[in-house]
Ligand binder design. Structure first.
Ligand code: AMP
Length: 187
């Protein structure tokens, strides 16, 4: 990396930006184009694992919690690499068993996040993973769900941060160590 290059610029350049999706004014950061590149996908998982090791003193968590749907892709691969289980945080109405729910605001609209109420025990160490953090509403809802079952959210990892929307700072203010590989400023 040159002195002036942003961190993980090689990955950032593979992310496609679609203006005005899903509504006017939103710059949609389409990570599917990065996922199609095997080497870049592997590098993304390796760098998330490195970020975890740096923030976690080497002890892997018990579970990686992924947020539906793109978060599942990164959470699963990271969990495989670390030897952890995967906890699915799903959108409204998808889970078959007894569940806990939290409603939250998105950058565009509102939604609900749910998890099975027996998915993790009290004291479970969990790392939260999603593709992108914008306002932080989704990630904060995820932390609320996990901590409502007594879990400890050790760290939150994202491929992309939109720092101007303040979500990563909100998560840090809530006491969660937060790291993203790439920042897109000005969104
Ligand atoms: P937020 O709750 O505002 O932090 O939004 C984060 C969630 O919405 C993530 O699951 C993202 O996948 C999705 N998201 C929000 N804004 C964008 C964006 N500009 N481009 C792509 N995905 C987004």
């Amino acid at each position: 990396m040159s002195k002036h290059e942003a961190p993980n610029a090689d990955l950032a350049e593979l992310i496609r930006t679609i203006p005005d999706h899903p509504k006017p004014g939103i710059m949609f950061r389409d990570i599917s184009t990065l996922m199609l590149d095997g080497g870049a996908f592997a590098a993304t998982i390796d760098r998330l694992a490195d970020a975890l090791a740096n923030g976690n003193e080497g002890d892997p968590p018990e579970l990686i919690a992924g947020i539906e749907a793109r978060g599942f892709v990164f959470a699963s691969a990271l969990a495989y690499r670390l030897g952890c289980g995967v906890l699915m945080l799903r959108k409204r109405g998808k889970l078959p068993g007894p569940r806990v729910s939290v409603e939250y605001a998105l950058e565009y609209g509102t939604d609900m996040l749910e998890m099975h109420d027996d998915a993790c025990g009290p004291g479970a160490s969990i790392v939260l993973v999603d593709d992108l953090i914008a306002t932080g509403g989704t990630a904060l809802a995820a932390v609320e769900l996990l901590t409502s079952r007594g879990a400890h959210v050790e760290q939150a990892l994202f491929v992309i941060d939109l720092p101007d929307l303040g979500g990563a700072d909100r998560l840090r203010e809530a006491g969660v160590s937060t790291h993203a590989l790439i920042a897109f400023d000005g969104d």
